[in-house]
Design a protein. Sequence first.
Length: 134
Amino acid sequence: MGVVRSRSRRRPPLETTGTLPPEGAAAAAGRSRPLGQWPISLVTLVVAAGLVLTTSDGFRVGALAVGGALLLGALLRLLLREVGMLAVRSRFTDVSVLCVLGGAIVLLALMGQPDPWIHIPVLDRVTALLGRHH
């Protein structure tokens, strides 16, 4: 015979306890100086500049700026003790995600058509398999 489990009648707590903010997020928790949000502000400004460049016919340079902004965010998260709202998860997770996304955007910008700045033979073969022939 199977085990029958009864439903718990316990209500969830009104306030979450026992979870800690990511290390380096003191500014996000309101425990820092007024200028404690400069890392996320800097990254956001570089992304905004990249988007403006992209929309004004500078696709490659704008995309490089956006990818570079994410890589800058990874560097700031890695090197600085307090980064405010730039800290979302653990330092390892934040740096890893920012590096992967920033690197992918930079790579795509460098390989963008027409006249890519770099050629990666493996990726050229993948695109040929997907139907794009040279």
